[in-house]
Write a protein that binds this ligand. Sequence first.
Ligand code: FE2
Ligand code: FE2
Length: 367
Amino acid sequence: METNAFMESQEVKDFNKKIEKDELGPLWNAIPELVSKEPAQHAEPYLWKGSVIKEHLMEATKIFTPERGGERRAIYLQNPKMKDREPWGWGAATQNIYAAVQLILPGEEAPSHRHKQSALRFIMEGEGAYSIVDGERLFMNEGDFVVTPQECWHGHGHEGEEPMLWMDVLDIPFIYSIGGSFFEGYPEEGVQKPERADNYSPNHYQGGLVRPIKDRKPKKAPVGTYKWQQTKEALDGLEEFDPDVYDGHAVEFINPTTGDTANVNIASWMQRLPVGFRGKAHRHTNSSVVHVHSGSGYSVIDGVKFEWEKGDFFVIPSWSWHEHVNTGDEAVHLFSVHDTPIMETFNLQHEEEYKDGHQEVNSVFQP
Ligand SMILES: [Fe+2]
Ligand SMILES: [Fe+2]
């Protein structure tokens, strides 16, 4: 907006100060920023090394033991541009998405609870741990995707041999900003006891292809676990087709009963960038958090090069130009989450292609 000398004058400043004392605000000065021409970027592009997070989590195992009462041993990605928000930086990786890494040791349990926030998990390392969701134990292995819908009781346990690491994603900052949080601890101590057979829903639904004949009513998320082998086969099937120019070969996890996204507020994808893939740049109003499941390469976000490898995480803020490149000699797998369902619900989803296809790289990101 053009600067208007009068709006910066002493007369205006004095008047603004005067109304401020009565808890009132001057729209004439506020409007260009409050009703911005384009989406304001609440978050900034950022990258976290997986190795750094893991090191902190291993140290945390010695400090934060289950007996000491913490609900969860998880370290979240705090977007530097949002860390001053009270309380706790809103747990914001982007303005709507919370993303963390949780570590559970063999024999440990994380007590059951439920909340209005809906959760999803992506298993980074290990095997033998389970999430118990509304009385059903879902065993998790590397590459599996797990949903814990809003208001479902959930806790975790670990019957394996090695530390287990997974990515947790919730709509915490979004729910916080609109004032919708409710939380409840399970009425009994510890983890809920199993009430049905282990892996009941993934076995009965076979990845969403069929359903039990007595189970015809739509459900929040009937499948619970999406096994890596099935996701991989879905991507293998796409290999003979041209990849998407921006995202490579990519699939979204869905609720097979409704066809909607698997988690109501946050869409989850598995993307494969073939060897030599160089994606074009685009931007959209939804923000994204990306986890590198395998391979190496870089993304250019708003002219800055973010180099990544297996285990790393990075954030693509709303309305930031971005493009992805595979520089390795194997296919890259990216697990990514997007607040697209929120933006679509409020009719705010917009996308735009970058006119020259690729951005100029101005600098290389250093954490
Ligand atoms: Fe939870
Ligand atoms: Fe994108």
